[in-house]
Write a protein that binds this ligand. Structure first.
Ligand SMILES: [Zn+2]
Length: 186
């Protein structure tokens, strides 16, 4: 869910710079967390988001797999638009209750858990919107939420991707340096 841009792209870019957390204390309960995904699955995810966004609307996907200690391992990707009519718009996206139920059933069958989610925003702003924060797909500490800028049109760059993790008091946004250490694709 993107932030409505009333002031033009330049202001939004400035805001993105100003609000990127440079020296925010990392909550101890996620101090050592990392997410692992193969380059192939990451590429498949990004391609699927880019194609679905098609340069004009948000798209999203859910990563499922296993969590072992502080390591989240992605094994499968589920695109919102494959699970339901995602009602993708310029600044919004939906995952129906029916789709969530279908997904939970698949998880049970595969003996997997929700690892994280990833969705696109229209421009460089990759913080979580109020709606993103309130999304109750998973409230487990250590659940990931990534935001890809420019509807996924640009090449993957961890430095411009919003990397957020659920803590016991809401969401923590990792700065670029931390994000590059925690999202491991190799
Ligand atoms: Zn969003």
């Amino acid at each position: 869910m993107g932030k409505r841009n009333k002031s033009g792209g330049r202001i939004l870019k400035l805001l993105a710079k100003v609000t990127t957390p440079a020296r925010v204390r990392i909550p101890p309960e996620v101090a050592n967390d990392s997410l692992r995904i193969t380059p192939e699955l990451l590429a498949h995810t990004l391609e699927g988001l880019k194609t679905r966004s098609a340069g004009y609307r948000e798209s999203g996907a859910i990563w499922t797999g296993h969590v072992s200690g502080t390591t989240s391992l992605v094994q499968d990707v589920h695109f919102y638009h494959d699970l339901c009519d995602d009602k993708g718009r310029a600044l919004s996206l939906e995952l129906s209750e029916e789709a969530k139920y279908k997904l939970y059933q698949q998880l049970a069958d595969r003996e997997q858990v929700l690892v994280g989610m990833i969705h696109t925003h229209p421009e460089s702003w990759v913080d979580l919107s109020w709606v993103d924060r309130e999304n109750q797909l998973c409230s487990r500490i250590g659940f990931w939420s990534l935001v890809v800028p420019y509807y996924g049109k640009r090449s993957w760059c961890i430095g411009t991707t919003g990397v957020h993790i659920r803590t016991d008091s809401g969401w923590h946004w990792f700065n670029k340096g931390e994000a590059s250490k925690r999202i491991i694709s190799e």
